[in-house]
Design a protein around this ligand. Structure first.
Ligand code: PGA
Length: 259
């Protein structure tokens, strides 16, 4: 964690929740963040599309922001089943996750589509959280840096328009997502430093101000160690974000790790 970047902790609820359960979770998150210094950490939750307005209503006037888990690369029109960035903005979203590995792997999203979605979201004033990360096979065959370099280079066209407050990268090694097996602090730090250098190399002049979140089996027990690493600026939290207590413990770890 660096003094110059305000950490961010984002809950990715994936395809989980219902109205009643969300109400309990959101109220637990609201109560929990009340005891945490808001200047020290940013917080957002990303429910499924149908629950965005529920979250936006409950979290209005609170420091917790709302994000979506996907966005269309197109502005509007005949794209059945898609949701536009303008719609997300209007509903009160501040963020959108783009290029999650589950979408890349299961739905075939390409680096180019990820970049186009991010560009569209930025044009609508949303902040983007762009996910990158290698598979287990990539890591075992020593291709981690090659994969990260390819995924980062695809973002070059965004370098000029990206405000560092609204452009966030999430390093999520695919083998660590939902597996209970987090990357070690050293593995994560090395990847984050590589990503930051890559952003700078492709023209992000404010690369030192861009937050790079770690995601993949972050829990209260390992959050602090990860967040203490110099290039890890918070987390993208899946499973643990479905428990208010666990999520808040991770938010607190990010607030404390600052500096
Ligand atoms: P996990 O998921 O925390 O459950 O590993 C992280 C993510 O997929 O964003």
């Amino acid at each position: 964690m660096s003094e110059t970047r305000k950490p961010l902790v984002v809950g990715n609820w994936k395809m989980n929740g219902d109205l009643a359960g969300n109400a309990v979770l959101l109220s637990g998150v609201l109560t929990g963040v009340a005891g945490i210094d808001q200047g020290a950490v940013g917080v957002a939750v990303c429910p499924p599309f149908p629950y965005l307005s529920q979250a936006a209503q409950v979290l209005a006037e609170s420091p917790v922001q709302v994000g979506a888990q996907n966005v269309s690369a197109f502005e509007n029109g005949a794209y059945t089943g898609e949701v536009s960035a303008a719609m997300l903005s209007e509903l009160g979203c501040a963020w959108v996750i783009v290029g999650h590995s589950e979408r890349r792997a299961m739905l075939g999203e390409t680096d180019e589509q990820v970049a186009a979605k991010a560009a569209q979201a930025l044009r609508s004033g949303l902040g983007v959280i762009i996910c990158v990360g290698e598979t287990l096979e990539d890591r075992e065959q020593d291709r981690t840096q090659a994969v990260l370099a390819r995924q980062i280079e695809a973002l070059a066209s965004l370098a000029q328009q990206a405000d560092p407050n609204k452009f966030v990268v999430a390093y999520e090694p695919v083998w660590a997502i939902g597996t209970g097996r987090s990357a070690s602090t050293e593995q994560a730090q090395a990847a984050h430093a590589f990503i930051r250098a890559g952003l700078e190399a492709i023209g992000f002049r404010a690369a030192s101000k861009i937050r790079i979140l770690y995601g993949g089996s972050v829990k209260p027990a390992n959050a602090q160690g990860l967040f203490e690493m110099s290039d890890i600026d918070g987390g993208l939290i899946g499973g643990a974000a479905l428990s208010a207590d666990d999520f808040i413990a991770i938010v607190r770890a990010a607030a404390l790790a600052r500096g």
